[in-house]
Design a protein around this ligand. Structure first.
Ligand SMILES: *Cc1c(COP(=O)(O)O)cnc(C)c1O
Length: 424
């Protein structure tokens, strides 16, 4: 074997990094105090009798709405629940089409399908990793009623153009911000542009309570409906301290179910939200350092931010390899080589949704209207951009961007070492 290859950590060479990376999720003593307060306070869920103390869930909702520059927030049990109440509250026609990017987590499509709607998979641009505006336009049909714009990995959707299209065509816009808490576009937080912004606070996200989610909106009527859809038809009474009445009033205007966040999770989010801005700043600064180090490197590209990006956030740091310049490795091999160099679990992007083992409604036909079932077949969609991205990107978890400048030097060094080992 070529000595350049023998030196790779995967072949027994010395790793570029010892694996001592920042851990995730992380915790601080203020947040620990808030969680203990909940645990000792005899009130672990919002659906019970008021004990004279303001709910943590309300405190988090108020802070998160303010953080996002909108009046309303409804916390939920997960990002999937957030997408669910978002689409339920829009009152779309059963069987209507929702345009969903073909490269994202499966919940984006499965949650839409579970609401009785039809996800139409739209290709992405492998350079930006987000929905291609041309593909979006081409996918609009008379049955289209909404667009789910996903701010993916480390980038944002071209909101100026997507908003314009939605307004012209009368489509509802939902923003999926599960990978973009705190990102700013044209001076405003993402999630505040569409009718609803949906967030996940699952373990891997930059704001997390293990499991959790939230929707934000500026529309009072949508807020009222979302509350009821996630709490069995109940919404906040606004009364505090009676000591004998529930916080949740029975409104019963829609058919809801229980998709509520617990008080323990809300306390975690309330505390961790206070750290989000400084952590986002840190990640953005380290990503810029890495961008600069990789700028002139052969056969590797990073993702340029969309025009209009004021403030980028990073769920993953994304490395795009020009495989034509290398001696034949597939992306899975490069991913494993980077893992070995950095002593760190690394990823690709998601599987395109027309070829994902986790997304195919036809596997559970009993869950869907027989009439719409053929329209739910994901294999009918052509997603060459998503496939190209799946085959050329390696992605690093955001916790590495909370590391030091030396850590960034190690990442750039590992990438350079691997490229040199494979260069023709
Ligand atoms: C994580 C994620 C979700 C789903 O969130 P859960 O909390 O896991 O249900 C939805 N959309 C995107 C883009 C995600 O990354």
């Amino acid at each position: 074997m070529d000595t350049r290859r023998e030196n790779l950590a995967i072949s027994g060479g010395t790793p570029t990094h010892n694996g001592d990376w920042p851990t995730w999720p992380d915790i601080d003593s203020d947040t620990e105090g808030l969680v203990l307060d909940v645990l000792r306070g005899a009130r672990w869920a919002i659906s019970d009798i008021n004990n004279g103390v303001q709910l943590y869930e309300r405190r988090f909702a108020e802070d998160f709405a303010r953080y996002n520059g909108v009046p309303y927030c409804v916390p939920t049990s997960s990002g999937t629940s957030a997408l669910t109440i978002a689409f339920e509250s829009l009152g779309l026609t059963r069987g209507a089409e929702v345009l969903v990017p073909g490269l994202t987590w499966v919940a984006c499509a499965s949650a839409v399908a579970a609401c009785g709607l039809v996800p139409v998979l739209v290709d992405i641009d492998p350079g930006s990793l987000c929905m291609s505006v041309d593909s979006l336009m081409a996918a609009i049909s008379p049955r289209t009623e909404a667009v789910l714009a996903v701010h993916y990995m480390c980038n944002m959707v071209d909101l100026d153009r997507v908003l314009e299209i939605c307004q012209q065509r009368g489509l509802a816009l939902v923003e999926d911000c599960a990978q973009a808490h705190g990102a700013v576009y044209s001076g405003r937080r993402v999630g505040s542009f569409g009718a609803i912004g949906a967030f996940s606070m699952q373990n891997s996200k930059v704001l997390t309570s293990g499991e959790g989610g939230a929707c934000v909106t500026s529309d009072a009527a949508i807020f009222e409906r979302m509350q009821q859809f996630r709490a069995d038809g109940r919404c906040y009474s606004g009364l505090v301290s009676s000591g004998s009445t529930p916080d949740l009033r029975e409104c019963g205007e829609v058919q809801g179910r229980n998709l509520c966040l617990s008080e323990i999770q809300a306390a975690v989010l309330l505390g961790r939200l206070r750290c989000l801005e400084s952590q986002n700043e840190r990640r953005e600064a380290m990503a810029s350092v890495l961008d600069e180090m990789l700028a002139d490197m052969d056969a590797v590209e990073t993702v340029p931010g969309v025009a209009g990006a004021t403030r980028r956030t990073y769920y993953r740091y994304c490395l795009r390899f020009d495989l034509a310049k290398l001696d034949g490795p597939v992306i899975e091999q490069i991913r494993r080589e980077i893992e070995a160099e950095l002593s760190l679990a690394c990823f690709t992007v998601h599987d395109p949704l027309n070829a994902s083992p986790l997304y195919n409604p036809l596997k559970s036909p009993q869950k869907y209207d027989p009439g719409v079932l053929p329209r739910l077949d994901p294999t009918q969609f052509d997603l060459p951009g998503a496939k190209a991205a799946r085959e050329t990107y390696v992605t690093l978890p955001h916790r590495v961007l909370l590391g030091t400048r030396d850590d960034m030097v190690a990442i750039a060094g590992a990438v350079s070492k691997i490229v040199r080992a494979h260069r023709h």
